[in-house]
Design a protein around this ligand. Structure first.
Ligand SMILES: Nc1ncnc2c1ncn2[C@@H]1O[C@H](COP(=O)(O)OP(=O)(O)OP(=O)(O)O)[C@@H](O)[C@H]1O
Ligand SMILES: [Mg+2]
Length: 390
């Protein structure tokens, strides 16, 4: 059992590229911490520094009480599981799992015991005599986990271990990996670019962007109290709606495009008062919009329906209105990503596209106008210049 402490961990590659900027992150005993962020933000680099596969340019890395910056990988008591877990095709599952121990000249009895235990934890007991070619993708993944488990390490490091699996299997293996990690109680740093994976697996989730840690919190806190615009847009699917708005001089309402939305007098912080008469960014999640009734504590938003996606259990209603949408560079889902990842806030072209999660029993027409209630208790406010939550 051990903890991992990163203090101002920094990586500058020999070509001068600075990709990790003074990362402060601690993984507690037995804790499962997920490092998530868009492609290229420095996740693998961070993991490799912890593993000892990449030199640490600056900062301190501790495992337990020991500073391990200069300790070679094999002396760090760490086991890694990668995305490409090349199993040895000519060896049986048992031989694959026990291989690291064999290299360490562990006794046959001890290897057999460790392999049996790992197979038991992973549900591989029936497969021990098979070759990797006879296994399903998920079973192969488990063998890769088994190889890490038998080493009984102080720390697990996993870099996108599920990304080669098909979508269904990935969902199953998420739960499996979590279960095994909890059972073994080994401090784990798990890297993924998939926010759903991060949210469902992590005790805590560390969101990284362009080499900087944005926020590290329990998944639900990350969702309900994002520290800045990046986290707000990165976590949640569909993403949070974020628009430019002006807070009134008296602080009782804000204006988005041509619309005026009353604020709940109790619903906002002392901090927000400082922004009276100023431009701010206003964010609200798709589920905090509902078809307008006379419900209390809600502001009304008039929109035009663009597209409705029926998901069975709910409708995703995409709409437009005349406010300026704020898109956070690099925070949008991969398939929509235009490739360029920049730091900072990129203002939309004023189209004002948003999305609402609506119960499935409504029927809508494209182009129809609609009044939505916005739950004013659930609005997020951000400084438009810094992106920080207000
Ligand atoms: N050996 C290297 N030399 C120079 N630059 C590198 C090296 N390895 C990675 N980089 C750069 O460092 C940045 C971070 O890379 P890293 O692999 O850590 O990203 P990542 O967050 O793991 O991304 P992905 O989600 O795509 O795996 C990238 O811009 C990458 O091009
Ligand atoms: Mg990577």
């Amino acid at each position: 059992m051990a903890t991992v402490t990163m203090e101002k961990l920094t990586k500058v590659y020999p070509n001068g590229q600075k990709v990790v900027h003074g990362l402060d992150l601690t993984i507690g005993e037995g804790e499962f911490v997920v490092l998530v962020g868009p492609s290229g933000c420095g996740k693998t680099t961070t993991l490799r520094m912890v593993a000892g596969l990449e030199e640490i340019s600056d900062g301190t890395l501790r495992i337990g009480d020991r500073v391990v910056n200069d300790l070679p990988a094999r002396e760090r008591d760490i086991a890694m599981v990668f995305q490409n877990y090349a199993l040895y095709p000519h060896m049986t599952v048992a031989q694959n799992i026990g291989f690291a121990l064999k290299l360490k000249k562990t006794s046959k009895d001890e290897i057999a015991r460790a392999v049996t235990n790992a197979a038991d934890v992973l549900g591989l007991t029936e497969q021990l005599d098979k070759k990797p070619g006879q296994l399903s993708g998920g079973q192969r993944q488990r063998v890769a986990m088994g190889r890490a488990i038998v080493r009984d390490p102080a720390v697990f490091l996993m870099d996108e271990p599920l990304s080669n699996l098909d979508a269904n299997l990935r969902v199953k293996m998420r739960a499996e990996v979590s279960r095994v990690q909890r059972k073994l109680g080994v401090a784990t740093l798990y890297v993924t670019h998939d926010q759903v994976e991060a949210m469902t697996m992590g005790d805590r989730v560390a969101v990284m962007h362009a080499g900087d840690l944005q926020q590290c919190d329990h998944p639900q806190t990350l969702y309900s109290k994002p520290a800045n615009l990046f986290v707000a847009s990165f976590i949640g699917s569909p993403s949070m709606n974020i628009f430019e708005a002006g807070l009134s001089e008296d602080g009782t309402y804000f204006a988005m495009g041509g619309q005026r939305l009353e604020l709940d007098p109790m619903g906002y912080s002392e901090n927000l008062r400082k922004y009276r008469g100023k431009k701010i960014a206003v964010g609200f999640r798709p589920e905090n919009l509902s078809v307008a009734t006379t419900a209390q504590g809600a502001a009304k938003l008039k929109v035009q329906i663009d597209l409705v996606e029926a998901l069975g259990s709910e409708l995703l209603v995409y709409f437009r209105f005349d406010a300026k949408a704020i898109k956070v560079a690099g925070a949008i889902a991969e398939e929509e990503d235009l490739g360029d990842i920049e730091v900072g806030v990129e203002k939309g072209a004023g189209i004002g596209l948003g999305v609402a999660r609506i119960p499935p029993y409504y029927q809508f027409q494209q182009g129809q106008t609609l009044e939505l209630n916005l739950d004013t208790q659930r609005i997020h406010f951000f400084d438009i210049a810094t992106g920080d939550a207000i």
